[in-house]
Design a protein around this ligand. Structure first.
Ligand SMILES: [Zn+2]
Length: 350
């Protein structure tokens, strides 16, 4: 491993990072291809601990959480609350498992209700096992549907997708022993995503809304959301209206300024919107065609060189950018006789 690569993943090393004021970063392992770890944040006081996010319901994550909490003087039974940022398996599922034994209280954004319902339908076999499959056809990517249907993807963990104890509304103030956290609805990554903002200590527990090294996936959720990128750009703008804070992300190291990273993410999406518009101007009409016409990842890779899972994410992301361009009047959207989305450049000046 090169020095640069080693540094890039230093944040995934097991252990505890003391961030001061009783706040600790605890990275937990993940079995996913791209994401090596997820950060759980412990907010400790003499009588117990509250956690932001929970990790995935697998034995290595549970063991590492147990060891990290012991290192700062607590047991799993000392965890009062899980304040979860969103429904994804690497954030929510270990909370459900631990609650069975320790009766901790789980809070989740009320916007995630639809995703929890859709996830249960999927798991119970009433919906698609791989969400987004129907959508892909519509995006002109029938060949990806064929490829995915031939695979038998197993979920990384078996999860009882139970409800949280508490659904949090936007703007809810959570009075912890040592501080007040405000739950701020930041839809985009998922429709019900929350960040937890401590204005006094200038900390932003950002979940997957703002990540320091990668651009968060948009609208990758079982309930689906065609306007996910519009929502996301709105959530980024909203984040700039909050006082700046240290960025405590779910994936990646802690950095000094949430605002600085939000500006970078907004610039990234501006670039992507321009590239997407350029591909439509060149005559590419379906989201699948457009996705194949533009470069991917920070290394500017060809679409054909991505693995099939990344291709699915890329087609969905392209569709999200096309929807934003349509909403802004830069392209027009029609649906073909076969039910495929088609985009073309909007006629000038109206
Ligand atoms: Zn996520």
């Amino acid at each position: 491993m090169s020095h640069a690569t080693a540094d890039r993943y230093a944040w995934t090393e097991p252990g505890v990072e003391d961030l001061g004021g009783g706040v600790h970063r605890i990275p937990l392992p993940l079995p996913m291809d791209g994401l090596k770890a997820v950060n759980v944040y412990a907010i400790a006081d003499p009588s117990g601990v509250d956690l932001i996010d929970a990790g995935i319901a697998l034995v290595p994550a549970r063991e590492q959480l147990t060891a990290a909490l012991r290192q700062i003087g607590y047991e799993l039974g000392d965890v009062r609350n899980f304040f979860v940022t969103h429904i994804h398996i690497d954030h929510y599922s270990l909370a459900i498992e631990l609650r069975k034994t320790f009766h901790n209280v789980i809070s989740l954004g009320e916007g995630e209700r639809a995703n929890l319902v859709a996830t249960r339908e999927m798991v119970n076999g009433r919906g698609n096992r791989f969400f987004g499959l129907d959508g892909l056809r519509r995006l002109g990517a029938q060949e990806l549907v064929t490829e995915l249907s031939a695979q038998h993807r197993q979920p990384p963990a078996l999860v009882d997708w139970e409800d949280p104890d508490r659904w949090l509304a936007d703007g809810t103030d959570l009075d912890l022993r040592t501080r007040t956290l405000r739950a701020v609805h930041t839809p985009g990554h998922t429709r019900g995503h929350l960040v937890y903002h401590d204005a006094v200590a200038q900390l932003m527990f950002a979940g997957d809304h703002v990540l320091p090294h990668i651009t968060p996936s948009i609208g990758f959720e079982p309930a689906g959301n065609r306007m996910a990128l519009s929502d996301y750009l709105g959530s980024l703008a909203r984040t700039l209206t909050l006082p700046d804070a240290r960025l405590l992300p779910a994936h990646g190291p802690v950095t000094a300024s949430t605002h600085e990273r939000v500006h970078e993410l907004l610039a990234h999406h501006d670039t992507r919107l321009a590239e997407t518009l350029g591909a439509v101007q060149a005559g590419h009409a379906t989201p699948f065609e457009v996705a194949k016409a533009i470069k991917w990842t920070r290394r500017h890779r060809e679409f054909a060189d991505l693995d099939v899972f990344s291709q699915v994410m890329s087609v969905n992301e392209t569709a999200a950018h096309l929807e934003v361009l349509a909403a802004r009047g830069r392209v027009t959207h029609t649906v073909s006789a076969e039910g495929t989305d088609l985009y073309q450049v909007a006629p000038p000046g109206l």
